[in-house]
Structures are given as structure tokens and as C-alpha cells.
Design a protein around this ligand. Sequence first.
Ligand SMILES: Cc1cc2nc3c(=O)[nH]c(=O)nc-3n(C[C@H](O)[C@H](O)[C@H](O)COP(=O)(O)OP(=O)(O)OC[C@H]3O[C@@H](n4cnc5c(N)ncnc54)[C@H](O)[C@@H]3O)c2cc1C
Length: 414
Amino acid sequence: MSQKQDVFIVGGGIIGLSTAVQLARKGASVTVIEQGEVGKGCSYGNAGWMTPCFALPLPMPGLFFKSLKWLLNPESPLYIKPSLDPLLLRWLSGFLLSMNEKKAQAATEALVQLSKVSLQMYEQLSLESPEIGFEKKGLLMVAQSKAGVGAAVQELEYVGQHQVPGKYLTPDEIRRMEPSLTGHLEGGVYFPQEAHAEPYLVVRALAQKARNLGVKIEEKVQLSSVQIEQGKVSAVQTTAGVKKADVFVLATGSWSTQLARDIGLSVPIMGGKGYSMIVPPLKTQPQHPLMLIEKKVAITPRFDSLRIAGTLELVNQDFSITERRVQAIIKNARQYLTLPEKLEIRETWRGLRPCTPDGVPLIGMSKRIPNLALACGHQMLGLQAGFGTGKLLSELIVDGHSDLNRPVYDPDRF
Ligand SMILES: Cc1cc2nc3c(=O)[nH]c(=O)nc-3n(C[C@H](O)[C@H](O)[C@H](O)COP(=O)(O)OP(=O)(O)OC[C@H]3O[C@@H](n4cnc5c(N)ncnc54)[C@H](O)[C@@H]3O)c2cc1C
């Protein structure tokens, strides 16, 4: 493929911008459209974790009985509102069928690799854009029950097979390392090589980088339809007119299902709705990102505040905020940390994680529409695997191959 390829990217989240930067570096002429503002989709308020230790697909073996227990409880970490929505039914059957060891191992190998490459790239980015708040302080998983410790140790052993180092810590060791933890502790696991950053500032930094490399970014421009001629995308209709290019990329996160369906592709992505709240710094501010295992709550220390994030509720384009679930996250965080009784919540945010049934993103050129690339479905890993996704996809588009590519990413597999 010539160096002067015109590439048109739909979606200005972490995936679209990472891809734009990498493509521009490789000499392509790139345009990105974003229906809202760059970085204000799911990439805005996530926990900011860049943690290869969590590079696991959602449907891990053993989750089946736990998910049944959680299924109907609106305060549980994973919630699925009962519905006969055909997308949900199809998604759930795919999810259950993906819970097997062989699939989980192949997915983990691929996702750990992508997350490690991304981590290195973010570290590099932080040298040029220190405002992204990149810090490599590791990740501490803490448990209040024997079952929680068991789950953490199981994860330690699992990702250890993929060269992600970590170690078990006793309650005393945890308290010495993280005095902010005031609730009961049974044990935990520390992964020293993990990092975190400010997710929105990462996307902004990438957008700036992209512009510096000549990428045209058009905000408040929406893709409305795609024209297919002789099996290829000939043009796209947008709210700013008809656009032509050699290659088109769908990096539209949880919006991808309908857009793909309109051109005859099957992309069964459901939104995994999660919340994050920004609160003032605690008297004893956490020094490390913390995963509160039993409650699946993520705590991220920030420069002048604290981010508390959690829950995964499967939805189909439902962006509403359920106060009951917000309060459940805060209540759960209180069991581990001393939060003021009257807690000031500076910002409440929700985002829809783009979740595929097998927990693996779709990355690559579609075989059915050869000049269309898909880069969507990054579930809870879009930031941490995002920069690597851009590298992978730009290599596929410009060079025709990438060492990061794996069969599990096949965009035609559904
Ligand atoms: C509570 C929570 C915590 C999380 N924590 C982490 C974490 O710590 N680490 C991590 O790696 N991941 C985390 N995630 C997941 C991560 O946020 C997502 O995987 C990631 O943001 C997905 O990026 P994206 O670019 O695919 O989607 P998005 O950021 O949603 O971008 C897609 C963009 O496409 C645009 N778009 C859609 N349709 C159109 C159209 N027709 N025309 C033009 N533009 C369009 C949208 O407006 C949107 O901006 C978390 C998610 C949540 C909800």
C-alpha cells in the first residue's frame, strides 16, 4: 500500500486517536470525525489504569455461577437487567460459550501483549506530554475475605503464566504499603509494573500529537450512512457532507453495532455501563491504584482528588445514571477506606464499555468489505490496550501485517 493512503476514521476516543497518530507517523493522510467532542465518550472518565495484570477477557472460566448470583441484584458489581432484547440474548449466549480455558488463554496472551506494548508507548508519551499524569506505582488488589484472597492469588498465577509479575501480600504488609486502607483486610496481591494516568488528558495529548502530524480532526460531525459499491466502501455520508477515502476505520466503541449492521456486518457489542465519581482527597490519601476485590471497585489517586469507579451493567445504548448504583459504589468503597460521612461528589460520570461476547476487541480489516477496518469492542481495556491497538491497526493498513496481530482479533468472527 502506498505511503499516501487516505484514511478516514470514525470515532474520536482513545482507539480512534491512537490509530490516527500511528497512521500519520507512517505517512498516511488521516481524517478523524467525532460526533461530539474528542475523548468525551467512554474514554473520558475511566479509572485510568494501564494494567497488563487485568488484560483478561470478561468471560473467564468459572465466572458462570458468580454471574448467575449477581445477575438480578441491582447493587452487585455485574448487573444484567432481564430483557428479551435480541442483541442481549445473542450476546449472553456468546458470552457463556466463550467461558472455556482454551479461548481464555489465547485471549489473555493477545491482550497482555497489547497492554504491555501500550504501557511502553504511554511511558514514552508521558516524556513528551507530562500533563497526562502517567505514574508507575503498580496496582494493589486487596481482599476482605478468604474467597477474595483466593481470587486475587488465582489471577496472580494466571497472568504470571504470561510474564506479568506480582506477589502475595499479608494484611500487615498491605497496611504498611497503603495506610489509607482502614477496613478489615484478609490479604492481597501487588503487581509492581502497572501504571495509571488521566484518561481524558491522554486522549487530548494524542489529539494534539495527531494534529501536529497533520491529521484533520473534525468534531461535532457524525457518520450517518456508508455507501458500498462493488463490495467496497466508496464514500460515507456525514453531517458535514460526503467524504471519500481509500480506507475507512470504525472506532466507534459501544456505538458500533448499529453502524456495522447498516452495512451488513455483525458486531454484537453491548454497553457495559460503569460509573466513576471524583471526590476530594482523603485525609490519608491512597498512594496506589487499588482494586477492592469483593466489590470490584477501582480507586485511583489523582493529583488533587480521588476517583472511585465501578459496576458493569449490560445495556444497549442506555446512558442514564442510576443513583442507586452510584450510592452502592460509594457504600462499597467505605468498607475499605475512611470516606467523610458527608461526601462531596465533585463529578459523577458514566460510560459504556464496548463489550463483545468473547471479551476480545475486533481489530483488523474486514474480509467482507476489504477497505473497511474495525477497531472496537475493547471492554474494560480500551485505555490500557489502546495505544497498541493503534500500532497494530496502522501496521495492518500500511504494511499489510503486524507482529501484534492474533487470530482472536478477527473482525469477521461473529
Ligand atoms: C467506569 C469505567 C472504568 C474503566 N476503567 C478503565 C481502565 O482503568 N483502563 C482501561 O483500559 N479501560 C477502562 N475502561 C474502559 C475504557 O474506558 C474503554 O474501553 C475505552 O474508552 C473505549 O474506547 P473507544 O475509543 O473504543 O470508545 P469511546 O471512547 O467511546 O470512543 C468512541 C467514539 O466514537 C464516537 N462515535 C460514535 N458513533 C459515531 C458516529 N456515528 N459518528 C462520529 N462519531 C461517532 C463517540 O462519540 C465516541 O467518542 C473503563 C470504562 C468504564 C466505564
